[in-house]
Structures are given as C-alpha cells and as structure tokens.
Write a protein that binds this ligand. Structure first.
Ligand SMILES: NC(=O)c1ccc[n+]([C@@H]2O[C@H](COP(=O)([O-])OP(=O)(O)OC[C@H]3O[C@@H](n4cnc5c(N)ncnc54)[C@H](OP(=O)(O)O)[C@@H]3O)[C@@H](O)[C@H]2O)c1
Length: 262
C-alpha cells in the first residue's frame, strides 16, 4: 500500500457509496482529504481532527470553474483529485426530462472537463499531479434503459483518453476507472432486482475502492472491473453485433423493469 502522507487529495462524490470507500482508503494512506460536495459538513463532521476538510461544490453549477479557482486559492493545489461523483437514473429515453439530461451531462461529463481545465495548468507548472476519473462499464457498452447515462460515460471515457494523450509529455497521471454494477444508493431496489434476474454481478464499494487504489499504485491508465464485463467491453468494441444479439435476448426482462418504473 503506497503512502499518501503529507499529501492533500480532493475527492468529489465522497458522500456516495464508492466515494466513502475511497475516502476510507485515502485516510488509511495518510492523506489529508478535501471532501467536496453539496453537503460536505455532514460528512466531515463524522471525522475528528483536520484530516478531512469540507468544501462546498455543486458540480451542476455554471460557476463550477470559479468555485474551483476559489478552492485552489483557499486550500492550495491538491496533489491529486478523484472524481467519483455521478448521477444515474434507469428509465426509458422517452421518459427523460430536460432537467435530468442537463444535470446528468453536467455532473458526469462537463464537471470532469472543467475540473481538468482548472487544475492541469497549475499541476503542470508544479511538475506533478494525479487526476483520477470514475467512469463505468456503461462508458463502453450501450445498455437499454441507460441511454443518457451511457452517453455521459462514453463521453467521459473519450475525454480522459484524449486528455491523457494530450498530456503524455508531462509528468501528470491521468487515470480512467470503470466499475461494473456496484451496491450503492445509485441503484434502487428495482435495478438490483433486474440485475439479479439478468445474472449481472454487483460489487461492494470496498472492492471497487481497493481495485482503484491497486490501479493507482501500479500507475495503470485505465481499469475495467469485473469478469465477464471486461471481456464484453472488448467484444463490444470488436464485434458489436454479438452484443446487440445478447442484449436483444435480455430485452424482454429489461423492458419489464422499464415499464414497472413508468
Ligand atoms: N453504483 C454503480 O452501480 C456504479 C457502476 C459503475 C460506475 N459508477 C460510478 O461511480 C461513481 C460513484 O457512484 P456511486 O455508486 O458511489 O453513487 P452514489 O452513491 O449515488 O453517490 C453519488 C455521489 O455523487 C455526488 N453528486 C451527485 N450530484 C452532485 C452535484 N451536483 N454536485 C456534487 N456532487 C454530486 C453525490 O453527492 P451528494 O451527497 O451531494 O448527493 C454522491 O456523493 C459515479 O461516477 C458512478 O457513475 C457507479
């Protein structure tokens, strides 16, 4: 386990299921953690001492860039950032609203871009820094009932890949971590039941966090969690028709759950 003692990390999504497990890992490694979110005090109050620092940040805000500049001014430039915030809602595309679509695109896709834009120049000047983005298996496989979420996560994967290549001549680490379905509040009882019916495995947040830290320690540029999901990611890239056919067979079950939510 690599130490992060004397380092400050910024964690977005620390109040979420995977975020809490990542927060525990950062603290165990000795980092000081800036927990940024809409209600950061509620989380920070659970920790004594000054290792956890609450920072208010709404990733859906138009003023996100300015808020990040303020954060750097008041807290200093963090050694690393883990973007583990996200929004998802299982449902048919025709049932989506404009506000859901813009919220999802802002939090899942626009905020990682703004974050990189605001932090990369100063990290480059300092000569060190890590940006870790949490994507999803659904950033590589389009899945019925998740079209907007898939669009945002496909976008995130493309963004991180391009950014990593753009900064390949710099000492910065740019990582993309893609969990499969995970047991957190992001998935309601209906989604959990559907995953069970479809035979889709769900990981614990702790398992996801350990895999992320392992990948960070090894400096892996990307991580796809779970078997057979990582195989499906490859198959979908090479032979998407095969995945079309497999998902077509599962569609009646998926539709049952889509209609239950209607
Ligand atoms: N759970 C899964 O099945 C799964 C699978 C693959 C990938 N992922 C990805 O893993 C990451 C973490 O997911 P999770 O399962 O831990 O989700 P979660 O338990 O629902 O937590 C979501 C987190 O995002 C934060 N967030 C949402 N909107 C925000 C906003 N406008 N401003 C600031 N923070 C905001 C929430 O903070 P608040 O306290 O403010 O609500 C919360 O901390 C996400 O990127 C997700 O897409 C999850």
């Amino acid at each position: 386990m690599s130490t992060l003692r004397n380092q400050t990390w910024l964690l977005l999504g620390a109040s979420g299921g995977i975020g809490r497990a990542i927060l525990a890992g950062l603290l165990e490694r000795g980092a000081r953690v800036l927990v940024a979110g809409r209600h950061p005090e509620a989380l920070a109050d659970q920790f004594a001492g000054d290792q956890v620092v609450p920072v208010r940040l709404d990733l859906n805000s138009e003023q996100l860039g300015m808020s990040l500049q303020d954060l750097i001014t008041t807290q200093g430039l963090p050694d690393g950032v883990i973007h583990c915030a996200g929004i998802n809602q299982f449902g048919a595309m025709e049932a989506s609203t404009d506000s859901l679509l813009s919220n999802m695109l802002n939090v899942n896709l626009r905020s990682p871009m703004v974050l990189a834009r605001e932090l990369v120049p100063a990290m480059r000047e300092r000569g060190a820094g890590s940006l870790v983005f949490v994507g999803s298996t659904f950033g590589s496989i389009g899945f019925p009932g998740y079209s907007a979420y898939c669009a945002s996560k496909f976008g995130l994967r493309g963004f991180v890949e391009a950014l990593r290549r753009e900064l390949a001549d710099s000492p910065l680490a740019i990582l993309y971590m893609a969990p499969r379905a995970t047991c957190t509040a992001m998935n309601d009882a209906q989604v959990n039941a559907m995953n069970k019916d479809l035979g889709n495995h769900m990981d614990s947040p702790e398992r996801v966090a350990s895999a992320i830290f392992r990948a960070m320690d090894r400096g892996n540029a990307s991580l796809y969690l779970g078997w057979p999901e990582k195989l499906f990611v490859r198959i979908n890239a090479l032979w998407p028709r095969l995945v079309d056919r497999a998902l077509r067979k599962q569609l009646p079950v998926i539709q049952q759950y889509l209609h239950k939510g209607a």
